[in-house]
Design a protein. Structure first.
Length: 91
């Protein structure tokens, strides 16, 4: 995992406060970053596969995914300068 100074500080904090080895703290940070980097599309595809493996039917899967999506945060799509302007000034 490539780390920035902020992530290095977080890893060091986890080492101090939780008594984790540096490698374990790095893995925790990596997992959290990956969790919040997942897009809605990737999440839906991943969860569909997981729930199909539990032998659930699509109508059950779709209902469960719809409920879960509202409870999670997802990575924002890339923004253009035009989109930022429209968010700020409307239009």
């Amino acid at each position: 995992m490539e780390t920035s100074a902020a992530l290095d500080d977080l890893i060091a904090h986890l080492e101090r406060t939780l008594g984790l080895e540096r490698a374990a703290a790095g893995r925790v940070v990596s997992e959290v970053v990956a969790y919040f980097d997942e897009t809605v599309d990737a999440y839906v595809l991943r969860r569909h596969g997981e729930l199909r493996a539990e032998a659930l039917r699509n109508d059950e899967i779709f209902a469960r995914i719809l409920g879960e999506v509202g409870q999670r945060r997802f990575a924002a799509p890339p923004l253009t300068a035009r989109r930022v302007r429209r968010l700020i000034y409307g239009g």
